[in-house]
Design a protein. Sequence first.
Length: 342
Amino acid sequence: MNLDELNKVALAMVAPGRGILAADESSGTIKKRFDAIGVESTADSRRDYREMLFRSTDAMKNNISGVILYDETIRQNAKDGTPLVKLIEQAGSLPGIKVDMGAKALPFCPGETITEGLDGLRERLAEYYKLGARFAKWRAVIDIGRGTPSYTSIKANAHALARYAALCQENQIVPIVEPEVLMDGDHDIERCFTVTEWALKTLYEELYYARVVLEGTILKPNMIVPGKKSNQKASVEEVAELTVRVLKACVPSAVPGIAFLSGGQSDEEATAHLDAINRIGGLPWNVTFSYGRALQAAPQKAWAGKAENVPTAQRAFAHRAHMNGLAALGEWKSDLEKKAAA
Ligand code: 5MM
């Protein structure tokens, strides 16, 4: 393992004003997204859609440091035969790959999941490196309910993340570790804080025992927000303060960067929260975005599967990437959104 190189890649992923495009939807998830815009999900339509994003020159060059791909996409060529990975590299961005095989039922823990995909991972990582991937992603899913999460699920998911991260580093790939505490429940913001703290403390203990070098990793956490089904409303400042508090308590400063997931927040909420977190300032890590829905919802809607909509959709993507790039610097203002809409 070349640690300097891993650290260089990790720092490039969270370079000032830039963040990660999570375009790693598995076939089931992208089908759901396409269903919502009336587009049939085929290998070609998925290719056309992702090619459109990766050819959005302004967004990619200015604000997208890396793209998380799905297994199908890392092997696909653009319509003119150029590998999609090359398009990403040509734009000065880093190709990455989702390597987990999804969250499966955790035995004896009703309603909870364990993320699978460790078997054969060493060999898959070696192949992905050859295909151009310089970082990877593994997502653990922690759902808050009555009496859950259990210790069993917190511990098993953190352990799997740590084993994944060690295998990545062995293969010269920067691991993004993503322990996502879902915002789906009816829990309040305090419970989100407590569960996230537990998940992060356990994760960093497991990473230590797995001998993972933190300087060659990136954390992809959720923000501290009330559950979607709770009636609680939290201000942007409260979300930012609690999120920074939990991260400071749990994430060692050796970690080069933190790139948040959006988790079902609206586009503008995800941007406003990231901006407020960065405005607090004095953080020991670079803090940016690794958004899926909050970067793609607008371009998906604008595209709707029609070639003539490509320029409008690319503008919508460039706008969200630009807004989030500003938020990563703590320089976003809500009137910039209105100006773009006018
Ligand atoms: C793009 O979505 C990723 C998950 O896809 P699957 O559920 O199909 O495996 C997901 O891990 C994503 O990278 C993160 O959750 C961030 O996306 P959001 O939409 O939460 O910003």
